[in-house]
Write a protein that binds this ligand. Sequence first.
Ligand SMILES: [Zn+2]
Length: 125
Amino acid sequence: MSKAPTVVRTFDSAVFAHLARGRLESEGIESFIVDEHQVTNNPLTAIAVGGIKLVVAEDDLHAARELLDQRIEVSDTCAACGSTNIERNARGRRLAFLTLMFAHIPIGRAKTKLRCDDCDHAWRE
Ligand SMILES: [Zn+2]
C-alpha cells in the first residue's frame, strides 16, 4: 500500500484538469491538482513547472489512468423500444436564439424535442 502522491496526467488548462478530477472523484478516487494557479496566472511558466498536474495516491494510479482513458459516449435511445434512430427537433432553440439576437429576449422553449423514427415515441430532452 503506497499513498505516495503520483502524477496521473498533466494539463495546459485548469478547466480540463478539473474535469478530469471530477471524473476521478465521481468514481471514489481522491485526487488533487498541483500548479494550477502558477500556470493559470503565468502560462509561460507551464513548461518550466511541467504543466498543471493531476495527482493521485500511487495505489490509485492504474485505476485512475484507466478511468481517464475511457471515452464517454452519450447516445439517445428510445425509452419505448430501445432504438437509436432518433430525430431531434431543435425548433424551440432556434426561435429562442433568433429572438435573443433581434429582440435581446429569448422567447421559446430551450428544450429539444426528440422523436423515435421507429415507433413514434416522443419526449423532451
Ligand atoms: Zn422507439
